[in-house]
Design a protein around this ligand. Structure first.
Ligand SMILES: *Cc1c(COP(=O)(O)O)cnc(C)c1O
Length: 359
């Protein structure tokens, strides 16, 4: 068989789903061809979790242009900022929002300011913000404090906030739910997702509901959100002053979209639970080593959560579970290299190499 090469014009989420988005002919579309990410069927995970006759899919958002799902919301936020005549944008970020904002701003000549919490930021994300040309400011404080500063700056100065409190972010992010329905032919029975500021779980739920209302899908999924145990304000039902977790993208103590997360949970008959750093690390390694999918630690929280629920026989027979893998594993090289993998240096001979391989 000869495979024919067909030229494909890849388009971004605004063009693809414009009828569901608050855009018009006047909106300048700033796109990096974000979205259209693959839904990858897990091969080894169901058996590992003792799940029979259940399919697990990874919605791999690490394959977006800047390596995380943030690009879906940012194409909207930046396009609308430009439409409204903004000259500058600002965000607080644990990293991925900064990387994405910086990239989209660079594409249309907007000035971009990013506030980063001191210390706990993955290197890959930081270097992206710098290289895309953002003004990077590190503050002595955590994410929640950085967001407070951003809100004040947005109120005082002519600078557009592109954190997920910007409603266009959530609008853009809901397109991931549309893509999943388009790929599966309907919504899955369960959707598992990490929860930090809770913008994404809010966006997916909105997307699933809107698609059903438009008769593009027939069912709604049960929404399963997972926070890191050291940063689980929604699970604990109170603000966490000093959130801690290796999954820096969800190291959030006071989620901006708290209410949206509760709505997604309650309207869908789902739950929001926590997973430990140990469970997250297990999932992070498993999907890389056994599924060939390298996602960042925060993304692995969704898989860790599915494992936790599988142990309790939570899932019904025949179900499809989609896990959103929110960002690329390449984002956090320090964590990736924090295990006991050793660099082995040997003489350039087959004997020397085989000794290591067999040893
Ligand atoms: C932003 C982010 C999250 C958390 O998403 P929220 O919308 O804040 O809940 C999870 N994982 C990654 C990789 C992220 O960048």
């Amino acid at each position: 068989m000869v495979l024919k090469r067909v030229p494909v014009r890849k388009i971004g989420v605004i063009e693809r789903y414009q009828e569901f988005l608050p855009v018009s002919e006047k909106t300048p579309i700033i796109s990096l061809n974000e979205g259209n990410t693959p839904l990858i069927l897990a091969e080894a995970l169901p058996a590992e979790l003792g799940l029979k006759n259940v399919r697990i899919y990874f919605k791999f958002e690490g394959l977006n242009p800047t390596g995380s799902f943030k690009d879906r919301g940012m194409t909207m936020a930046v396009s609308k900022a430009l439409e409204e005549g903004a000259k500058a944008i600002i965000c607080a970020s644990t990293g991925n929002t900064a990387a994405s904002a910086a990239a989209f701003a660079s594409r249309c000549g907007l000035k971009c300011v990013v506030l980063i919490p001191e210390g706990k930021i993955a290197k890959g994300k930081l270097l992206q913000a710098y290289r895309y040309g953002a003004k990077v400011v590190t503050i002595k404080g955590n994410f929640d404090q950085a967001l407070t500063v951003v809100k004040e700056a947005g109120a005082k100065y002519p600078i557009k906030i592109v954190n997920s409190i910007n409603p266009f972010r959530i609008e853009g992010q809901k397109t991931a739910a549309f893509e999943i329905c388009d790929d599966l032919g309907d919504a899955p029975e369960y959707h598992a997702i990490p929860v930090g500021n809770a913008g994404n779980i809010t966006a997916y739920w909105r997307g699933y509901k809107e698609y059903k209302k438009a008769n593009k899908s027939e069912t709604l999924p049960v929404m399963l959100g997972f926070q890191a145990a050291g940063s689980a304000p929604i699970v604990l039902n109170h603000v966490v002053e000093k959130p801690e977790t290796i999954a820096t993208a969800i190291r959030i103590g006071n989620p901006a979209s708290w209410k949206g997360a509760l709505e997604a949970r309650d309207e869908s008959g789902g739950l929001i639970d926590s997973v430990t750093d140990e469970e997250i690390t297990w999932a992070y390694k498993f999907i890389a080593e056994r599924e060939g999918v390298f996602a960042e630690p925060a993304s692995a929280a969704a898989v860790a959560g599915v494992k936790k629920l599988a142990k309790k026989n939570y899932f019904k027979e025949g179900a499809r579970i989609v896990c959103t893998l929110t960002g690329s594993g390449l984002k956090d090289p320090d964590f990736a290299l924090s295990f006991d993998d050793k660099i082995v240096l040997v003489e350039p001979t087959v004997d020397a190499v085989m000794k290591v391989v067999n040893g």
